[in-house]
Design a protein. Structure first.
Length: 477
């Protein structure tokens, strides 16, 4: 009897342990939810739909993700970190100036969230049943189709100063030889080697055109974007200049590049990076495409007014508020102190304007905090104090500056005047300043020049501008 009692007791304990283990395992699995897989969603902006696909994976160390924006023809954006705890998802895209915050709903298998970019945030809800089709068809007749009638090579080179590797594409005519070469330098914000923007690939079209004309081309992904390493959001205009300097050094190691004939073509911010490179390297020529000729402070004030999306009661007071904010940001002080002063300044100036047009108090606070974050990055602080005219004064190689008359991002006349004065003052013997009638910031033939028009235009790059660039280069090599 005692043996049977002991046996039953042991059996009872065993069953209790199994039951307890089952309860523990159920508790763990019920709370450790897995969000791996492909999630899709879209943002509605200015009568446009911007599609997103999040590829989320999980391994023993946690979550990772890759983000595609098929409607913008962008793939492979690599966040710095993907965190998921309980039902909260945070994807750190600060390397490209963004962040995603969402809440997972297990019952509906959806993620409700927002994409935050600077002072703005946009509702972006994700679902596994809402994956946008990958076959987004846009008419881009100028984009070349493989096989190309020239040599193409995937390359990489190092910026040893920043300890990063830059990846890109080198193209040259098929015939073996030594070729004059241009480096394409992209505009502001993280860009891939094709400078993909608004469903266009202007650097792909430009590189293809020049290579067919006998000029070799190197274009590369910005640091922290595409296949290039590094952190884009922690870099300044000068840091990007060191990337281009590294590109020059790399080209000089190639036996198919004429080391005495290396030029730079910079678009937008690339146009103000170019003179910094020329100050350090032996450059044959510079072509500035929609580059600026005034200080970052003046350009920012102009854009704050021309691109503002809300009315203000007093334009003069608004401009003064913008200028005062910039002066606060440029102070040589601890960054936390600057942010504190700036938050107070925006609260007293921008805050009342937003409240008067009906923006809720909580949203006003969000906007101000976003503005403070966006305006005090390393890039912005450098940009406010940088005047490309000072750099262009020191440039001795030939310079071609092209701007479109319908450019609403970099107004043509005032910026061209700034460059012309700088090059004249510096005594540059060979420069040309050209305004191209009817072209926008991307050098498309446009109607309004506004940003929301870019993706609606089939043309990627004006043939007239392409021919002008090629002919000018041949004249100078």
């Amino acid at each position: 009897m005692m043996k049977n009692s002991i046996r039953r007791s042991r059996t009872s304990i065993y069953l209790k342990n199994i039951l307890l283990l089952t309860i523990i395992l159920y508790s763990i699995t019920s709370f450790s939810q897995d969000i791996s897989g492909n999630w899709g969603g879209s943002i509605e902006l200015d009568n446009r739909t911007i599609d997103f696909v999040f590829h989320i994976d999980k391994d023993t160390s946690g979550y990772t993700s890759i983000i595609d924006i098929p409607s913008q023809r962008m793939k492979g954006i690599k966040p710095l970190q993907t965190l998921f705890n309980s039902d909260s998802l945070i994807i750190d895209l600060s390397n490209v100036g963004m962040q995603y915050k969402g809440k997972f709903n297990k019952k509906e298998n959806t993620i409700s969230g927002k994409m935050i970019e600077g002072a703005a945030n946009f509702t972006l809800n994700l679902s596994k049943n809402n994956i946008p089709a990958n076959s987004t068809i846009v008419k881009r007749p100028q984009e070349p189709i493989r096989p190309f009638p020239y040599y193409e090579e995937e390359v990489s080179f190092s910026n040893t100063k920043s300890e990063i590797t830059l990846s890109g594409t080198f193209t040259r005519p098929k015939e073996k030889g030594i070729y004059p070469t241009v480096i394409l330098i992209s505009g502001s914000g993280p860009q891939d080697r094709d400078e993909t923007f608004s469903e266009h690939k202007p650097f792909l079209v430009l590189a293809d055109y020049l290579t067919r004309k006998g000029i070799a081309v190197l274009r590369y992904d910005d640091r922290g974007f595409g296949k290039s390493t590094g952190n884009h959001s922690l870099a300044t205009t000068y840091d990007f200049a060191t990337d281009a300097m590294s590109a020059v050094d790399y080209l000089k190691t190639r036996n198919d590049v004429d080391a005495e004939k290396i030029g730079l073509i910079g678009h937008s911010e690339g146009g103000i990076i170019a003179p910094l490179v020329a100050a350090d390297k032996d450059i044959t020529f510079i072509i500035s495409l929609a580059g600026t000729g005034i200080s970052g402070t003046e350009l920012s004030v102009m854009q704050s007014i021309s691109m503002r999306g809300f009315p203000v009661p007093d334009e003069n007071a608004y401009e003064k508020a913008v200028r005062d904010a910039i002066e606060l940001i440029k102070q040589d002080k601890d960054i936390d102190s600057i942010r504190s002063e700036l938050r107070l300044h925006y609260g007293n100036t921008i805050g009342p304007i937003l409240k008067d047009i009906g923006v809720p108090e909580t949203r006003v606070t969000e906007v101000i905090n976003g503005l403070v974050r966006m305006r005090t990055t390393k890039w912005m602080r450098y940009f406010y104090s940088y005047n490309p005219a000072d750099a262009y004064e020191k440039v001795r190689c030939p310079v071609l500056s092209l701007n479109g008359s319908l450019d609403t991002q970099v107004e043509s006349k005032i910026n061209q005047e700034g460059l012309e004065k700088a090059l004249t003052k510096g005594g540059n013997p060979d420069f040309e300043i050209v305004e191209l009638e009817g072209l926008n910031h991307l050098f498309q033939n446009a109607s309004t020049g506004k940003m929301d028009e870019y993706s609606k235009i089939e043309e990627t790059f004006s043939p007239k501008a392409l021919a002008l660039i090629s002919n000018w280069i041949h004249k100078h090599i």
